[in-house]
Ligand binder design. Structure first.
Ligand code: NAD
Length: 257
């Protein structure tokens, strides 16, 4: 892996799951990390984990659906580390399964505000800094639900299809400006999103395969968050210097089925 040493990375939703794993992986690769999350306690835990492993990280309280909050996150990166090289726009929510006619307007708005508007707000705040530097890399977290319809998850699937369209379009806008923008489409991964779907206080790491509604996985297992983080780190490295505008399925073969 090449190219993360001494870089500055922001990770949204870094207090848990895929975001925590990518923040830790970026730090292992030598980057300084802005750990951003709406939950302060878990965000600080991620900072502690990174520092205990010898890395450098700072926490910022963030609500991705609030543009002022997103701008503060970028200001913290610039003020603390002097720039912004990498962004993993990853924060997302899943509000449960229901037919489209049973979705409350407030639930629709909340989910789209976090999952889609949040990614737009992050890129809007991050790109001017990267453009000024003449370089930068962004990875947005989509989902397998962005690549196919998902009955019972229409608002989530619509939001993640939106993330893919946004990623492609903005990648084209910035293709000649030194900035690459890609997305990952995770399959079912052992995080709180899956644990909450399973109900109760399930530890995500101990999730059995069949708790997920999305278990049609050729590899017949749920992913560990670190398997997402490895692909995110690759996309942010100079090894991926000719990849932009793509959504990479990290899904145990689901998209091939
Ligand atoms: P997770 O619940 O463990 O992590 C999500 C993090 O986002 C949490 O720390 C949460 O506090 C934070 N967050 C929620 N709303 C926020 C907001 N408004 N502002 C800032 N932070 C906020 O779940 P995860 O699985 O790690 O989710 C990460 C991303 O991966 C999400 O975009 C999710 O849709 C996507 N994803 C997950 C799976 C899966 O199976 N786990 C599959 C496909 C896609």
């Amino acid at each position: 892996m090449n190219g993360l040493d001494g870089k500055t990375a922001v990770v949204t939703g870094a207090g848990s799951g895929i975001g925590r794993a990518s923040a830790q992986r970026f730090a292992e690769e030598g980057a300084n990390i802005v750990v951003a999350d709406i939950v302060e306690e878990t965000g600080h835990e991620t900072v502690d984990l990174i520092e205990a492993a010898g890395g450098d990280a700072v926490f910022v309280d963030l609500d991705v659906s609030d543009t002022a909050s997103v701008e503060r996150m970028v200001d913290v990166a610039v003020d603390t580390y002097g720039g912004l090289d990498i962004a993993h726009n990853n924060a997302g929510i899943l509000t449960g399964f229901s037919d489209v006619t049973d979705i409350e307007e407030s639930d629709w708005d909340q989910l789209l505000d976090v999952n889609l508007k949040g990614v737009w707000a992050c890129m809007k705040a991050e790109l001017p800094i990267m453009e000024e530097q003449g370089s930068g890399v962004i990875v947005n977290t989509a989902s397998e639900s962005a690549l196919a319809g998902m009955g019972g998850l229409s608002s989530y699937s619509a939001s993640k299809h939106g993330v893919v369209g946004l990623t492609k379009s903005v990648a084209l806008e910035y293709a000649t400006r030194g900035i690459r923008i890609n997305a990952i489409a995770p399959g079912p991964t052992k995080t709180n999103i899956q644990a909450n779907t399973a109900g109760g206080d399930t530890d995500p790491r101990s999730l059995p395969f069949d708790t997920s509604a999305m278990t049609d996985v050729p590899m017949d297992r749920i992913a560990d968050p670190e398997e997402m983080a490895g692909v995110v780190a690759f996309l942010c490295s100079s090894d991926a210097s000719y990849i932009t505008g793509h959504t990479i399925p990290v899904d145990g073969g689901q998209a091939a089925d």
